[in-house]
Write a protein that binds this ligand. Structure first.
Ligand code: HEM
Length: 242
C-alpha cells in the first residue's frame, strides 16, 4: 500500500564497530546473565583466591616452618571442605567450562579487543586453557592424592618439593604460573572495560600498563616462590610433625 513498492530496498543500517571492548548488554537472553556471572566469577571468588594462593605460597620464601604455619592456618578454618567446594572448586569449574563454551561459540568481539586485537583475544583463551589443565594436575597431586594435606599440613612443603624433582613437572608449574598470572591480569583489564569501570581510550590504555605490571609482579612472586622449594633441603612427607 503506502510502502515504496518497487523503490529502493530498505536501508540497512550497519552498526559501527567501536574500538574497545563492548560492554555486556541486557537483552541477550539467558546468556547475558551467564556472561555476567562468568565475568564476575573471574574476579570474585576465583581472582581473589588466586591472590590469596600466591600470597600463601610465598611464605615458602621464609622456609618450611613458615610455610607449614600458613598451611596450618588455612586448613584450620571451620567447614574447610565446604569453603573449598563453594568458594574455590565450583566457581573455578563454572568459569572454566563456560570459558571453553565462549571460546567454542566464538562469541565475543575479536575485532573489539584493542591494540593487538586478535593476539589478546587468543592469549586470554589459551592462557585459560593452560591454567585449566595445570590446576587439574596441581590439585590432583597436592590436594587429592598422596599424604592428606588437611590432616597433615606439615607435609605440604615436601609434597611440592617432590613435584619439582621431575624437571618437566617443574617446567609445567612455571608455565601454569605464567599463564594464570597473565590471564588474571588481562582479565582485570577486560572486567574493568566491560563493566564500565574504566572508560575512555586514554584511561584504558593506562590501566592496560597497570595490568601488565600486575602480571609481571605475579610472575615474579611465583618464580621466587618456586625457587624456595629448590633452595631448601628436602622436607619429609610423612605426615609427621614439622
Ligand atoms: C586461574 C584461574 C582463573 C582466573 C583467576 C580467571 C579470571 C578471569 C577474569 C578476571 C576474566 C575477565 C572477565 C571478563 O571477561 O569480563 C577472565 C576472562 C576469561 N576467562 Fe578466565 N580465569 C581463570 C581461569 C580460566 C579458565 C580455566 C578458562 C578456560 C578456558 C578461562 C576462560 C576465560 C575466557 C574465555 C575469558 C574471556 C571472556 C571474554 O573474552 O569475553 N578462565 N578470566
Amino acid at each position: 500500500m503506502g510502502s515504496s513498492a518497487g523503490s529502493a530496498a530498505p536501508a540497512v543500517v550497519k552498526p559501527k564497530i567501536k574500538q574497545g571492548v563492548a560492554p555486556l548488554r541486557a537483552g541477550e537472553g539467558h546468556s547475558f546473565l551467564l556472561r555476567r556471572l562468568h565475568s564476575l566469577t573471574g574476579i570474585v571468588p576465583v581472582g581473589l583466591f588466586l591472590i590469596e594462593h600466591f600470597i600463601s605460597n610465598a611464605f615458602a620464601v621464609n622456609g618450611p616452618a613458615a610455610y607449614t604455619k600458613q598451611v596450618e592456618f588455612l586448613t584450620s578454618f571451620p567447614f574447610v571442605v565446604a569453603l573449598e567446594l563453594f568458594g574455590i572448586w565450583l566457581p573455578i569449574l563454572f568459569h572454566s567450562l563456560y570459558g571453553f563454551y565462549i571460546w567454542y561459540r566464538g562469541d565475543s568481539n575479536i575485532g573489539e579487543y584493542p591494540w593487538t586485537g586478535n593476539w589478546m583475544y587468543a592469549a586470554q583463551r589459551w592462557t585459560g586453557a593452560i591454567a585449566f589443565f595445570y590446576m587439574g594436575w596441581h590439585t590432583w597431586h597436592i590436594r587429592f592424592t598422596g599424604v592428606h594435606i588437611l590432616s597433615h599440613p606439615a607435609s605440604a612443603f615436601g609434597k611440592v618439593q617432590l613435584e619439582f624433582q621431575n624437571t618437566w613437572v617443574a617446567m609445567f608449574y612455571l608455565v601454569g604460573i605464567i599463564a594464570a598470572s597473565w590471564h588474571f591480569a588481562y582479565g582485570l583489564w577486560l572486567f574493568a572495560a566491560k563493566w564500565g569501570i574504566v572508560t575512555g581510550d586514554r584511561a584504558r590504555r593506562r590501566f592496560g600498563y597497570v595490568c601488565v605490571i600486575i602480571a609481571v609482579v605475579f610472575i615474579a612472586v611465583g618464580m621466587a616462590t618456586m625457587r624456595s622449594f629448590f633452595h631448601w633441603p628436602l622436607h619429609p612427607v610423612n605426615g609427621g610433625s614439622s
